[in-house]
Design a protein around this ligand. Structure first.
Ligand code: PGA
Length: 253
C-alpha cells in the first residue's frame, strides 16, 4: 500500500529562540522544492509559538516533543493537546525513549497521551523500541509487542497516528540499525497493529529513528516497511535535514 512518507526532526533540548527561527528559515528554503514527503520538526516547547508562526503557510509542520493527556486541571508543568493545537502544532511525539527513561513514562501513560491526541485532533507519533540488552537477549519482538499492545489497550477513536521504531541502542549512538533489521522490526510492528486494526493497519506509517543521517537515509527508506524517519542529531542543521528529506522522497517515488 502507498503511504505518504514522513520525516520529522526531533530537536530535543537544543536551539534557543534565535537559532530555532534561523534554522527554520533555512529549512523552509532547503525543503521548498521537495515533493511527496510530509515534513515536520519538533522544537523545544518554549519556542513552539514562534516556530508555528514561522512556518504558517508552508508545508513544513511543527510537532511538540511531549503532551499531557488531561485537557486542564492541577497538573503543574504540563500542557495539553488543546494548548498545542491553539499554537498550530500538527503532531506530538509520545513515549520517546528518553521520556520513558528519564521521566518515568509508562506504557499506560503513552496510551493515555496518544488517545488524548487522537480525541483532540493532533497526530501522535508514538515511539517504541527495545534496549540493547533486550535485543541481545533476543527479546525485541516481545518488547515491541508489549508496547503496541499497551497502545491499543482501548479502542482508539481514529487511526491516523504514526509509529516510530526507535531502537534505544541506535539513538544518538551513531550505531544505526541495518535497513534489514529495521525493516524486520517495522513488519513485526505492523503485524501487531493488524491484530487490532485489521486492514486499517496497512495505512499506518511506521518511521525509523536512531542515528539517521544524510548518508544512510536512502538505504533505510528503500525498505518496503520503512515510511520515513525520525531524526535527532542530524536534524539540527537545515542542510542535513533537507538532504534526508530529499533522500526519503526519492527512495519512495
Ligand atoms: P538521533 O535521535 O537521530 O540523534 O539518534 C533520534 C531520536 O531520538 O528521535
Amino acid at each position: 500500500m502507498k503511504r505518504t512518507p514522513f520525516v520529522c526532526g526531533n530537536w530535543k533540548l537544543h536551539h534557543l529562540l534565535a537559532e530555532t527561527l534561523s534554522t527554520l528559515d533555512e529549512m523552509l528554503l532547503g525543503t521548498k522544492d521537495i515533493e511527496g514527503v510530509e515534513l515536520a520538526v519538533a522544537p523545544v516547547a518554549t519556542v513552539l509559538f514562534a516556530a508555528c508562526e514561522k512556518v504558517t503557510g508552508h508545508a513544513l509542520q511543527i510537532a511538540a516533543q511531549n503532551v499531557f493527556y488531561a485537557s486542564r486541571g492541577a497538573f503543574t508543568g504540563e500542557w495539553s493537546v488543546q494548548h498545542l493545537k491553539e499554537l498550530g502544532c500538527s503532531y506530538a511525539l509520545v513515549g520517546h525513549s528518553e521520556r520513558r527513561q528519564f521521566f518515568g513514562e509508562t506504557d499506560l501513560l503513552v496510551h493515555q497521551k496518544a488517545l488524548a491526541c487522537l480525541e483532540g485532533g493532533l497526530v501522535p507519533i508514538v515511539c517504541v523500541g527495545e534496549s540493547l540488552e533486550e535485543r541481545a537477549q533476543g527479546k525485541f519482538q516481545d518488547v515491541l509487542h508489549r508496547q503496541v499492545q499497551a497502545l491499543m489497550q482501548a479502542p482508539l477513536p481514529r487511526h491516523d497516528f504514526i509509529m516510530a521504531y526507535e531502537p534505544v541502542w541506535a539513538i544518538g549512538t551513531g550505531q544505526v540499525a541495518s535497513p534489514e533489521q529495521a525493516n524486520e522490526a517495522h513488519a513485526f510492528i505492523r503485524s501487531c497493529l493488524r491484530k487490532h486494526l485489521g486492514d486499517k493497519a496497512e495505512s499506518i506509517r511506521i518511521v525509523y529513528g536512531g542515528s539517521v543521517n544524510s548518508d544512510n537515509a536512502a538505504s533505510l527508506a528503500e525498505q518496503e516497511e520503512i515510511d520515513g524517519a525520525l531524526v535527532g542529531g542530524a536534524s539540527l542543521r537545515a542542510d542535513s535535514f533537507a538532504a534526508i528529506a530529499q533522500a526519503v522522497a526519492r527512495a519512495k517515488t
